[in-house]
Design a protein around this ligand. Structure first.
Ligand SMILES: [Zn+2]
Length: 91
């Protein structure tokens, strides 16, 4: 055990995790959707020496969370598809 840090906060300023953790994570957005049944989260994650990536999580009160890991370009493609789908619904 090394000397305890002055605070429980991560050394990376953008990271929201506290205490010991192997994955750095910024909790960007957490949205309750579809008749209050789904909780959708969007996080920025970095584990080990890997590049930053996007984590999309979806969970209900009755199911374990599903996690989709995306490269930045993939996250942009998913975001564009969501915008396009939403626009079609609103036409
Ligand atoms: Zn961290």
């Amino acid at each position: 055990m090394t000397a305890a840090p002055a605070s429980d906060e991560c050394a990376l300023k953008w990271c929201n995790e506290a205490g010991e953790h192997t994955e750095h994570r910024q909790y960007l957005s957490s949205l309750v959707t579809w008749r209050q049944t789904w909780l959708v989260g969007v996080n920025v994650v970095q584990a080990g020496g890997e590049p930053l990536h996007v984590e999309l999580t979806a969970t209900t009160r009755f199911s374990p969370p599903a996690t989709v890991t995306l490269r930045p370009d993939e996250a942009e493609a998913v975001g564009q598809a969501l915008l396009e789908a939403a626009a079609r619904c609103l036409r």
